[in-house]
Design a protein around this ligand. Structure first.
Ligand code: NAP
Length: 583
């Protein structure tokens, strides 16, 4: 018997229809009562809670809901759990944050059992880890795969959601929780002729499960974001030739990955509490927090020595997030550090013309998400790697044989022939996965209409007009801008506490108030004002030129920092969920 059903039964003296620990097809009799709305007295739902998505977030949320003795089904479009680590199988895919900061912290047993083999775990190991978690806690029995949700419709009378898949079948639930991922809707370009290409072509997100034979192949990569920066050095090693089509370069910095020895793993394990505590208190939720010194109180020589150390030895995002605060807030400080990094690129790339093309001109270091690299710049020193600058020679069309660029010295342009074209062209980030589902709330309002200009939420978790929908680590949540798993735990714990509070108080309807939502959205916008990243033309600000929508800034993430975000969530909860209408 599920707890929700049990409590409803206790409160309203109703009988339970089934034991929820079996399948999602079981029925649970639940109840609502509202003086204003004609609420059905006896409503049958398939499960108490539906979670959409079986990635890192969905897995942890499922674990928490089962702990609360609720009946839950996780609906997942893929055919196995793992989310982003299930889909992104391209060569070189790995964490950019330290493995031991990425794992779940909720189970000491799990922490004791799992060994990370590298400081930045490669995708296959991460996927193994997530499957290990699913198996350990016996979670797969509550998941349905190949379930791509097409529509979710709120019914005010019964206070239930009906969730419908592509084939028209549907399930009903009391609470609908989204764990859709930030970057789960790949954005392909819309070049003419893409369908006519006779070789293999795919977006990095859809890199085939079967091995791709690269030996001697002519390979194209379009795009130079964090994904391409991981992929390019790997392809360079095995492809016959590799041509990179670059529109705007990014500022990249060395990852400094390495193996974790058994002794080191034992030492990490002993420090897990300290590691998670540290992550909880840095602005980004990562292990790296800003240098306590002010940029201005340190001499230029000392600054350079510090940067040199970060560049040569600092692991992962340290160079971005353990730098002086001013580097990300003040144009002048940013320009000085940016020049330091530009010189590193010049040092590492043999051909000065190529080096110059790889140096961004339209934004400073760290304004966009910094791709972490391993031999990225050295890849361009190989004879089999070529860089095509799309500002000089834009892509005109994809042909049956490859890519035709418009060259200034040739009327017909140049046709580059390939066996494989890889689109590393990014995502319809953060709101894209929500737009793909037709969420229909109170009075038929559509979520995609409400968010057409920019997402509007209460703390990234609740949306006015969409009761009983909890957008876990959703748009404008702090968890979106922090180390994702650490942010996920914050979001899931808050949502689980909210549901527990409702169960304990016999409440069956939750909705953010319009005022609280407005105040949060204003606060999110205000926080953007403090960081230079507000100027980014990247997914942080909702840009992707491949998307059929106006290219203007969207306030996608909460940039006020992890501790402030957590404090605000905790304060709202402590005040009896201030800003949230509960009934
Ligand atoms: P991205 O950062 O959005 O980069 C997309 C790239 O494709 C950009 O270089 C973009 O150029 C280019 N592009 C897009 N459309 C194009 C077109 N029509 N023609 C030519 N170039 C085009 O996407 P991403 O590299 O997949 O990375 C997205 C995010 O995924 C990262 O920021 C990161 O948060 C996450 N990620 C994480 C990891 C990790 O943690 N290990 C690894 C990889 C990615 P413009 O800049 O000119 O638009």
């Amino acid at each position: 018997m599920s707890r929700l059903a049990g409590l409803a039964g206790e409160i309203y003296s109703w009988l339970m229809a089934s034991d929820s620990s079996t399948s999602t097809q079981d029925s649970t009799t639940v109840v609502g009562a509202d003086a204003d709305v004609d609420v059905a007295v006896d409503v049958t739902v398939d499960v108490d809670v539906i979670v959409i998505g079986a990635g890192v977030c969905g897995i942890y949320q499922l674990y928490r809901l089962l702990e609360m003795d609720l009946s839950v089904t996780v609906l997942e479009a893929g055919d196995a759990p793992g989310g982003t680590w299930y889909w992104n199988r391209y060569p070189g895919a790995r964490f950019d944050s330290e493995s031991y900061t990425y794992g779940f912290s909720f189970s000491k047993e799990l922490l004791d059992e799992w060994d990370w083999s590298e400081h930045f775990s490669p995708q296959p190991e991460t996927l193994r880890y997530l499957n290990y978690v699913v198996d350990k806690f016996d979670l797969a029995q509550h998941m349905q795969f190949g379930w791509r949700v097409e529509r979710a419709t709120w019914d005010e009378g019964s206070r239930t959601w009906e969730v419908t898949r592509e084939d028209g079948t549907s399930l009903t639930c009391r609470y609908l929780l989204t764990a859709l991922g930030l970057l789960s809707v790949p954005a392909l370009p819309n070049y003419d002729g893409m369908d006519s290409f006779t070789g293999q072509s795919f977006h990095t997100f859809h890199w085939p499960k079967d091995p791709v034979n690269l030996e001697g192949k002519r390979v194209a990569v379009i795009g130079t974001g964090a994904t391409a920066v991981q992929l390019i050095p790997e392809l360079a090693k095995s492809a016959g030739s590799l041509t990179v089509f670059q529109r705007r370069p990014n500022w990249c910095a060395p990852l400094h990955n390495g193996p974790i020895s058994p002794d080191e793993m034992a030492e990490i394990r002993a420090r897990y509490d300290e590691i998670f505590e540290r992550c909880a208190n840095t602005p980004g939720g990562f292990i790296h927090g800003p240098d306590p010194r002010s940029f201005h109180e340190v001499s230029p020589e000392e600054r350079h020595a510090f940067w040199q150390e970060l560049y040569e030895e600092g692991r992962g995002f340290g160079i971005w997030l353990a730098n002086f605060r001013e580097v990300l807030m003040d144009e002048e400080c940013n320009a000085e550090f940016t020049e330091f990094i530009a010189n590193k690129i010049r040092d590492r790339v043999d051909d000065p013309v190529v080096a110059d093309k790889l140096i961004p001109k339209d934004h400073g270091f760290g304004i966009q998400r910094v791709p972490m690299e391993t031999n990225y710049y050295e890849a361009y020193n190989r004879p089999n790697v070529h860089l095509v600058d799309l500002n000089e020679t834009p892509i005109e069309t994809i042909t049956s044989k490859g890519v035709r660029t418009a060259d200034t010295d040739s009327f017909q342009g140049t046709e580059h022939e390939f066996d494989i074209i890889v689109y590393a062209t990014g995502f319809d980030a953060i709101t894209g996965a929500f737009d793909k589902i037709d969420f229909i709330g109170v009075d038929g309002q559509k979520l995609r209409d409400k968010w057409v200009d920019s997402p509007i939420t209460f703390m990234g978790a609740l949306v006015n007009g969409f009761p009983n929908l909890i957008t876990l680590a959703g748009p404008t949540a702090g968890s979106v801008s922090t180390n994702f798993p650490r942010g996920i735990e914050i979001a899931v714990d808050w949502a689980s506490d909210l549901l527990t509070h409702m169960l304990n108080n016999g409440q069956t309807r939750v909705e953010a108030s319009a005022e609280a939502e407005r105040a949060w959205t204003d606060h999110v916008r205000e926080m953007y004002g403090f960081l230079l990243l507000r100027k980014a033309k990247s997914w942080f600000t909702g840009y992707n030129a491949n998307l059929d929508r106006p290219q203007k800034p969207r306030y996608m993430i909460y940039t006020g920092g992890n501790p402030r975000y957590r404090k605000k969530l905790n304060e709202a909860a402590a005040a009896g969920y201030e800003g949230v209408d509960l009934d």
